[in-house]
Ligand binder design. Structure first.
Ligand code: PLP
Length: 427
């Protein structure tokens, strides 16, 4: 299809800048490459140190356990927790399942009501839907046009008495599509005033911006290894032990590992990698955030200078440094992606059972289907360079201009025709 549009996707007419290799990875919200320093920390545990961390009566077990306990400390330090408050899991999806189902089951006598919001990750939304099926009442709060939750909406949704009393609020720290940072501290404060447990999916925030479970008033927090240059298939749940002490009903039975909250032999190399990834983030986060923010603003400025009818999505003040979500209006999303197929980014479409659905996050901001489909999420990360940003922006400008040259809609808009006043023939 790209061929018929006259875009040569295999041979770029651009010359490759020094140090740029194709394809370019700019999708760091989906996953991040393993940092070589993390791999180095993991290697001994993939080879010689193979013990089971639960083996208490020999040195093989003790050595493995030492690696695990060091990682617990490294993670706790990054988020202002204590090591005992870290529960290891297979990733943030499991952490969130454990948090929400564990609280619902443990505190169901207290009340029946859970509050979340519509732009959460599917790990939260689908778990909430499952809880609805088993009899809980769930409120899915809307977001404002900038993607942020309105604290007043949250206040109004809280039920303080009766069988439908609110027991749990789950709102994410930073959104994985549009990068907006929710007012977590205020949400947590409100929850604590009302005696409600606050879970936060902080997968995109931890290691990228300062997160502190104490000052942010968070009771339960989901973390994932592979979003912070650690390995896949490992994550953690922070579980607060004081003010208030949070208890969870275990969701996986067998052996009582992780203080009874999550049974199963620990993934020692993965856990060691997660710990090492957290320590690197702790040391480098401040400088890296400045670097990514500069790249992000540079990318945005270049695109906005060269192209008309583009818009950024989501509040840009409360925003992750490495995220840019942009709509290229009057461009068909699929053709755009095909034209830039040597660049890995995400589109504003989600493939659900063979059909292309517009992103539910962008729709929640009020974007129309067409605009959502024409959107691109750039996820800048630790290994992206300015030369890559130059290549990506030049390529996008090229392809968008080309597609618009072929677009009758764009031509009409340029001629000053109001598209909303046109009556289209039914097809
Ligand atoms: C990736 C992601 C998850 C899921 O994490 P896994 O470790 O892959 O299960 C949850 N929430 C957000 C915001 C994410 O970006």
């Amino acid at each position: 299809m790209a061929e018929t549009l006259g875009i040569n996707v295999t041979q770029s007419h651009q010359t490759l800048p020094e140090g740029v290799k194709l394809p370019i990875y700019m999708d760091n919200h989906a996953t991040t490459p393993l940092d070589p320093r993390v791999l180095k920390a993991m290697m001994p545990y993939l080879t010689g140190i193979f013990g089971n961390a639960a083996s208490r009566n020999h040195s093989f077990g003790w050595e493995a356990e030492q690696g695990v306990e060091k990682a617990r400390e490294q993670i706790a330090r990054l988020i202002g927790a204590t090591a005992k408050e870290i529960v290891f899991t297979s990733g943030a999806t499991e952490s969130t399942n454990l948090a929400l189902k564990g609280v619902a089951e443990m505190y169901k006598e207290r009340g029946n009501h859970i509050i979340t919001q519509v732009t959460e990750h599917k790990a939260t939304l689908d778990t909430c839907k499952r809880l609805e099926k088993s009899g809980f009442r769930v409120t899915f709060l809307p977001v404002q046009a900038d993607g942020l939750v309105d604290i007043e909406d949250l206040k109004n949704a809280i039920i303080t008495e009766g069988p439908d009393k609110t027991i749990l609020v789950s709102i994410m720290y930073a959104n994985n599509e549009i990068g907006v940072i929710q007012p977590v501290q205020a949400i947590g404060k409100l929850c604590h005033e009302k005696g409600i447990i606050f879970h936060c999916d902080a997968v995109q925030a931890v290691g990228k911006i300062p997160v502190n479970v104490l000052t942010d008033n968070i009771d339960l927090m989901s973390i994932s290894g592979h979003k912070i240059y650690g390995p896949k298939g490992v994550g953690a749940l922070y579980v607060r032990r004081r003010n208030p002490r949070v208890q969870l009903a275990e969701q996986i039975n067998g052996g009582g590992h992780e203080r009874g909250m999550r049974s199963g032999t620990l993934n020692v190399p993965g856990i060691v990698g997660l710990g090492a990834a957290c320590e690197i983030c702790q040391n480098e986060m401040a400088a890296e955030a400045v670097r990514e923010l500069e790249l992000r603003d540079y990318l945005r400025a270049k695109l906005e200078k060269a192209l008309d009818y583009v818009q950024v999505n989501g509040n840009m003040e409360h925003h992750l440094p490495g995220n840019l979500n942009m709509s290229f209006v009057y461009v068909e999303g699929e053709s755009l992606l095909m034209g830039i197929n040597d660049i890995a980014v995400s589109s504003g479409s989600a493939c659900t059972s063979a059909t292309l659905e517009p992103s539910y996050v962008l729709k929640a901001l009020g974007l129309g289907d067409d605009v959502a489909h024409s959107s691109i999420r750039f996820g800048l990360g630790r290994f992206n360079t300015k030369a890559e940003v130059d290549y990506v922006s030049d390529k996008i400008i090229n392809v968008v201009q080309h597609l618009r040259d072929l677009s009758p809609l764009y031509e009409m808009v340029k001629e000053g025709i109001d598209l909303s006043k046109i009556e289209w023939a039914a097809h």
